[in-house]
Design a protein around this ligand. Structure first.
Ligand code: BGC
Length: 471
């Protein structure tokens, strides 16, 4: 059994008196027998082998070569070398007691030309991962797009190109035909608001554009892609369970001043509503007239179309933190900015992300209230901390507390009637954390990036014990 000290985080949280935190020991069995517990990774963050077996560069390989965009000049060329070590890593997943494994397909490994003919070596790799999962009794959850567009398609305009939907349908067809006889659970897009806004408006992720007009086009196309990906899978994979993932954050205005309230509403619209509402057939959110008009003026193709609607079997929600928002007239377009957690009296992670399981509960309930969602799975949730070795172990108490408190909130949401079917911890092992490089460590397993040595952290052992109590 892993010893867990009561940490600063739990103390601070209990001061906020979340009643669901005080309901006795947390038991996996309380989530019910058909609940899916898994860990998630993604291709660019874990695979490495960037130039091997016919894979062409993705936008992340190219973006990472730019000066000053990624912490410590990190590159996703090797990362955790999952490409060569997947067997051992899947054994770890199994040993930690998880029943599901979420990973993504590298588009440029499967289709080095972005479109056209599939690369047999690329297909073989994902086949091997899927077969190994099945051999170990792990249920594979496949994400089709986790942010790594082939660079050849970026050269043609990427997500801003009107051709992207044709390219994406082709990619989905190839994957459905190659893996559909063994993969039941599919996730079409990972966090569309993340790759469109960070990649095309804020320039903080690949492909590093700061162009409002392009951003608006990417939103339009990604909203179509998430639904069309669903249609292709429905047609080609009998009995598929189809979902797609959304990031979400409770948004709290900094003060009750009208300017802060409306700044918070604008950010809420962008972060929480922009992609789910068209998917559910509600159209793009229009109640913030000012913001939507600004968007429409920028991009005449900004129109809701029925191509954006699809009846998903489940929705994947990914939550890490709530956001406190204040009016900021100097911020272009949204005129709002985030009030850092470290400047307020709240617990936060090494990325200055507020830790607040109460906000996790609220945002899940809010999505459920939309109606029209069949099931919700939490497809990512986790935290980065500055892990330190002590006598060969990493006693990451703060991460354990993070998981405990968020799982308690999840259970509360379930008790309050949300049809929750799964939870995936982010992430199996420390990996390439996008613009943060290798500095931000989210793993249940520590990775030494010089030697590739894996060391299970105490949070990993905590999960093993928690899941072993499943009976
Ligand atoms: C992404 C992951 C990422 C995690 C932590 C999510 O937005 O899907 O790829 O590592 O957040 O930043």
């Amino acid at each position: 059994m892993v010893e867990v000290e009561k940490s600063r985080i739990l103390e601070m949280l209990s001061e906020q008196s979340f009643s669901f935190l005080n309901q006795g020991p947390l038991k996996a069995a309380a989530f019910g027998p058909d609940f899916h517990f898994g860990v998630a990774i993604s291709a660019t963050q874990n695979e490495g082998a960037a130039t091997i077996d016919g894979r062409s560069p993705s936008i992340w390989d190219v973006y990472a070569r730019r000066k000053g965009v990624i912490r410590n000049k990190a590159k996703p060329t090797v990362t955790c070398d999952f490409y060569h070590r997947y067997k051992d890593d899947l054994l770890l997943v199994k040993a930690l007691g998880f029943s599901c494994f979420r990973f993504s397909i590298s588009w440029s490994r499967i289709l080095p030309d972005g479109t056209g003919k599939a690369n047999v070596a690329g297909i073989n790799f994902d086949n091997d991962v899927i077969n190994e999962c099945l051999r170990l009794g792990l249920i594979p959850f496949v994400t089709l797009y986790h942010w790594d567009l082939p660079q050849v398609l970026q050269q043609e305009g990427g997500w801003a190109s009107p051709l992207i939907n044709r390219w994406f349908r082709h990619f989905v067809k190839i994957c459905a035909k190659a893996f559909g006889n063994r993969v039941k659970y599919w996730l079409v897009l990972n966090e569309p608001v993340g790759f469109t806004s960070l990649g095309y408006m804020l320039g903080k992720h690949a492909p590093g554009k700061r162009n409002l007009e392009q951003f608006l086009k990417t939103v339009h196309h990604a909203a179509i892609a998430q639904a069309e990906g669903g249609h292709v899978l429905r047609e080609l994979v009998p009995n598929a369970q189809i979902g797609t993932c959304f990031s979400c954050s409770e948004i709290v205005p900094y003060t009750s001043k009208p300017a802060d309230l409306s700044a918070a509403r604008r950010i809420d619209l962008l972060i929480n509503r922009l992609f789910i509402e068209p998917l559910l057939g509600k159209g793009f959110p229009e109640d913030d007239k000012g913001l939507m008009d600004k968007m429409a003026r920028q991009n005449l193709s900004w129109r809701f179309t029925e191509r954006m609607q699809f009846d998903m079997d489940f929705i994947g929600l990914q939550n890490y933190f709530p956001l406190v928002i204040r009016h900021n007239p100097f911020m272009p377009f949204v005129q709002a900015s985030v009030v850092k957690a470290s400047s307020r009296k709240v617990p936060f992670t090494s990325l200055d992300w507020e830790i607040n399981p109460g906000s996790f509960l609220q945002i899940i309930k809010r999505f459920w209230k939309y109606g029209g969602i069949r099931e919700i799975m939490i497809t990512e949730n986790g935290a980065a901390f500055k892990d330190r070795f002590s006598q060969g172990r990493i006693n990451d108490t703060e991460r354990i507390d993070y998981f405990k408190s968020h799982l308690s909130a999840l259970l509360q949401a379930k008790k309050e009637g949300v049809n929750l079917k799964g939870y995936f911890a982010w992430t199996l092992m420390d990996n390439f954390e996008w613009a943060e490089g290798f500095d931000a460590r989210f793993g249940l397993v520590h990775v030494d990036f010089n030697t590739q040595l894996r060391t299970v952290k105490n949070s990993g052992y905590w999960w093993r014990d928690f899941l072993n109590s499943y009976s």
